[in-house]
Design a protein around this ligand. Sequence first.
Ligand code: NDP
Length: 291
Amino acid sequence: MAHLIDGKALSAQIREEVKQAVTQRTSEGHRAPYLAVVLVGEDPASASYVRGKAKASAEVGIGSDTMTYPDDIGENELLDIVKGLNEDPEVDGILVQLPLPKHIDDRKVINAIDPKKDVDCFHPESVGNLVIGLDGFQPATPAGIVEMLRRSNIETSGKHCVIIGRSNIVGKPLANLMLKKGMDSTVTVCHSRTKDLPSIARQADILVAAIGWANFVTADMVKPGAVVIDVGINRVDDETRERGYRLVGDVDFEAVEPIASHITPVPGGVGPMTIAVLLQNTLKAAVDHSA
Ligand code: NDP
């Protein structure tokens, strides 16, 4: 039976650390860190993520406001809003909830954020710093995974880490973090054009699934004793639930759990870690601004 990596408990640890650091700063006369969240439109999933971020911020003493705009806001108007937040000395971190409506170019908006306030670590300057191993903001989901491995005392040096998925928010930045000196994994990134993916996955000491496909990783894709990290969040119909669905990951948990040495559940695994890293980044932004 695999050891279950409890993302809720680990993220609670990190949130407590951030809370203590915020309390320490305010007791030294600094104002509380402040996160500005921009939400465009009424997508229920985005609204729910944003509510979660605001609640988590409040719990650790980080100030935050959600600025909500209608779906038909113009691109230039949104760029002006970001510019205003860049120039506002009371704002430490800026988060624009993605995806944006189709008529707005996500990339233009991300590129407009001051890299010093880029707590999502999506700006090209932040990504560049990550790739060359400079100090900077951490990409929330990948850094949350690294924290999970570190706090679970999982050896990464010299290990083969296979990541399934090459998105800009998970697969690619995680590959860079696992390659970094100090992590020292040998990294393979798989995607939809990868040939014979199961045989590559079976070579993994650490297997990360970030695909967005319910139960994609089956038992025959996992080496006995591997560490399995499930990033996926997928809805599957479930009439026994009041809301008519339940959330599952990209890993067939029931089948893989007996084989793996460690495994993350969904929900309660990687998800909570993502918000914890966002709080760490907002604290870092505030510390850097006041330095
Ligand atoms: P994307 O859709 O951006 O990327 C999915 C990746 O999976 C792509 O690189 C794609 O390959 C690859 N892929 C798709 N089908 C296959 C296949 N059959 N074989 C191999 N690779 C395949 O997704 P994200 O990275 O944004 O998210 C992935 C999952 O993680 C989603 O379920 C999402 O909800 C979840 N997620 C969870 C977070 C958390 O906090 N827990 C945070 C972010 C995401 P290609 O590039 O070739 O198309």
